[in-house]
Design a protein around this ligand. Structure first.
Ligand code: TMP
Length: 405
């Protein structure tokens, strides 16, 4: 049975930044909102959104997240690709046929000579095609997998980052993986970790795209019913606010892939210790989220009373959840500073806070900067030393609402 534990209110498409005309009502398309509620499945322990948003509304030619513009993420994918190559000997798999599900603008595949890409967002397709990789402009399904196998054969390495948790029907997704994976092939995927989200109180990992927030516990059960098995978990505490990289093989085959380091066992031990298999744990989390909202709104109102100038730093999908859940608009935050060309000049979903180019915002005019991109806290604090020296404060809600400098 699925039990609801959290209600984050009416939310828009988290990554759909709006044009001036859309915000000022000159067009007749009204902004789309849905109820962002979260459920826990007692049978599988999977945490998912209660109501899924139609994938076409989120993943289309307007998708504004070019991974290649993020220096730390490009570095991460380069290192990951090197690791995948290094592990060939240990695990006895090949990388002749590589497939990436959700290839974005190609920072992972570009490290391989041959690869096939799957990418539903039209704007990225030509990028990976230009790099020389066949790219299917489609969602990952059993039907698509069949076409890929017919054209390219089975895959030795299937990789996916921050995408499997977007897929609403996980059984279809994993069946498609099983049907595509070569006998001794490896499926590796990374997504935000439920344990880290719960530990850090980072409820803003929850938004429309994240149909699920994964625990290893839940994945183990869902993969098993699709004849797949986890044999290694890497803890990526520094990626997207805390992620897991999950390594998967076919069930019941003779292979070098097994839990040699005990990482799967250890990940599940930690999750059970935290109580991720118990509904009560989620009720405690929900109370913490409510308190976080109260504290953040109080803090922002206090700044307003004191006449302090407040901006936000990083126009993230995560901050869409925070601003809409906490009902924060231009009354409390003047603008969002960001470096992504596609977001600059637009307005944040729901809150309609304007997004301005970092190079055009005089950060020193501000007293407080709310960290929308709290996952890059250290990078940002290092970059903005002048702001700190002048007495500026950063404000974050992770792990609790607090100022730092
Ligand atoms: P993410 O947390 O989803 O990766 O998004 C990070 C956003 O923050 C992205 O729009 C880029 C922006 N950003 C800046 O504007 N300046 C920075 O220094 C960093 C690290 C990110």
């Amino acid at each position: 049975m699925k039990k609801e534990f959290l209600d984050l209110g009416q939310q828009p498409i988290a990554n759909k930044f709006l044009y001036w005309e859309e915000v000022n009502g000159d067009t007749d398309t009204e902004e789309f909102f849905f109820d962002l509620k979260v459920v826990f499945d007692e049978e599988t322990n999977l945490v998912s959104l209660k109501e899924f948003v139609k994938p076409e509304l989120m993943f289309n030619e307007d998708y504004k997240y070019n991974t290649s513009l993020s220096v730390p993420m490009v570095e991460h994918f380069k290192k990951t690709a090197e690791l995948m190559k290094e592990l060939r000997n240990d695990y006895g798999y090949k990388t002749d046929n590589v497939l990436e599900i959700g290839s974005n603008d190609g920072p992972f595949v570009s490290n391989f000579e041959n690869a096939v890409c799957v990418e539903p967002c039209d704007n990225f397709v030509e990028k990976t095609e230009e790099l020389g990789y066949k790219t299917y402009n489609a969602f990952w399904t059993t039907e698509l997998a069949e076409n890929i196998v017919n054209e390219f054969g089975k895959m030795d390495l299937i990789y996916s980052a921050n995408c499997i948790c977007h897929i609403q029907d996980l059984d279809d997704c994993f069946q498609a993986v099983k049907n595509t994976l070569s006998e001794k092939g490896m499926f590796v995927f990374e997504d935000p970790s439920l344990l880290r989200m719960m530990e850090r109180g980072s409820y803003d990992q929850i938004y429309d795209e994240h149909a699920h927030v994964f625990s290893v516990l839940a994945l183990k059960k869902i993969l098993a019913r699709n004849d797949l098995q986890i044999f290694r978990v890497d803890d990526l505490s520094h990626i997207h606010g805390g992620s897991n990289r999950i390594y998967v093989r076919r069930m019941n085959i003779n292979s070098n892939m097994f839990d040699a380091s005990g990482s799967v066992f250890e990940a599940i031990r930690q999750e059970k210790e935290f109580g991720l298999d118990k509904f009560e744990t989620y009720k405690v989390f929900a109370n913490r989220v409510e308190k976080s909202k109260k504290d953040l709104v109080e803090k922002l109102n206090q700044y307003k009373k004191e006449g302090k100038k407040v901006a936000s730093y990083g126009a993230t999908s995560k901050s869409t959840t925070v601003f809409n859940y906490c009902d924060i608009g231009t009354d409390l935050i003047d603008l969002i500073s960001d470096t992504t060309p596609d977001k600059i000049g637009l307005y944040a979903p729901g809150s309609h806070i304007p997004v301005k180019n970092r190079s055009e915002v005089n950060i020193l005019d501000y007293d407080v900067l709310f960290l929308g991109a709290w996952n890059f806290k250290d990078t940002i604090a290092n970059k903005e030393q002048e702001f700190i020296k002048k007495g500026g404060k950063f404000l974050t809600h992770v792990p609790q609402v607090m100022e730092f400098s």
